[in-house]
Design a protein around this ligand. Structure first.
Ligand code: CUA
Length: 288
């Protein structure tokens, strides 16, 4: 018994201290013990449902385990006291089945409603389009130039030399510029993402946006959009184990005032137009 206790204590410390060291290795602007702050307009509903579920399950947990503890003591085996035979209580069972049914239905209907708002609603027409294509192990990012339009992406054309799967003659893409592991979003403006992958499954994950989307090669995901309501510096982390370098697959992501975004974008050179066969790869790519 004593040995078991000692083991549990040391296990506890290993878990807690281990938790401390990994927690400190993480790059986060806020507490690692609770949710990071939310800056996306869609995140409020996600946080709300998180807290609703936390309260529901917390109250149920405390209730169920209190009754369990009470019964364990009250009906413990005692010499000379016969066991009580119970055949259940239909009313009670109907009640404790019906209430959860309505709770789960409510959660499912609310969740579905919010999901439709986030992923099935057409992104606003004035949204800034930004293409993000994952590769082992980094993020290719493509921004529109002055015309506000990105070159059309074709999942079939995505390849080693053409991470965005674009046609280099596409007039919409002539003023596009690219970055590597570097994203800047203007605050309070809808951003429409075009997500893809060059090789294996990656995932676009920004906890402060409450946004997670897998990127399966062979597809371009054009339905994800967001609107950051606050400025800050965040991290775009890949959230699918995609190979040996998965742990270091992250990009800098900052949300800045619109004017700051505009001057940043102005300073970027457009993707060089393809004239021969050798200049097809934009200069910033493939820096591993
Ligand atoms: Cu890409 Cu993990």
């Amino acid at each position: 018994m004593h040995k078991l206790f000692a083991h549990s204590v040391s296990l506890f410390f290993i878990l807690v201290l281990g938790g401390f060291s990994t927690a400190h290795a993480e790059i986060r602007e806020t507490s690692v013990w609770w949710l990071p702050r939310n800056v996306n307009m869609f995140g409020h509903a996600i946080d709300f449902i998180f807290y609703v579920i936390l309260v529901l399950t917390g109250v149920t947990f405390i209730g169920v385990f209190s009754v369990l503890a009470y019964f364990l003591v009250k009906y413990r085996a005692r010499p000379g006291v016969p066991a009580i035979h119970s055949h259940g209580n239909n009313t009670l069972e109907v009640v404790w089945t019906t209430i959860p049914v309505f709770i789960f239905l409510g959660l499912a209907i609310y969740g579905n409603e919010e999901w439709s708002r986030m992923r099935r609603q057409t992104p606003p027409a004035d949204a800034l389009p930004v293409a993000v294509v994952g590769e082992q192990f980094g993020w290719n990012v493509r921004y529109p130039g002055a015309d506000g339009k990105l070159a059309k992406m074709d999942a079939k054309k995505v390849g080693k030399e053409n991470p965005f799967g674009v046609d280099s003659a596409d007039p919409a893409g002539l003023d596009d510029f690219t970055t590597y592991n570097d994203l800047v979003f203007p605050v309070n403006r809808p951003i429409r993402l075009y997500l893809g992958s060059k090789d294996v499954i990656h995932a676009f994950y920004v906890p402060e946006f409450r946004l997670y989307q897998d990127m399966v090669p062979g597809r371009v995901y054009d339905f994800v959009w967001l609107k950051a309501e606050e400025t800050g510096k965040f991290q775009l982390a890949c959230n699918q184990l995609c190979g040996q370098g998965h742990y270091k697959m992250f990009g800098k992501l900052s949300v800045v005032p619109v004017a700051e975004y505009e001057s940043w974008a102005k300073g970027k050179a457009p993707v060089p137009a393809v004239t021969g066969t050798s200049s097809a790869t934009p200069v910033v790519l493939n820096q591993r």
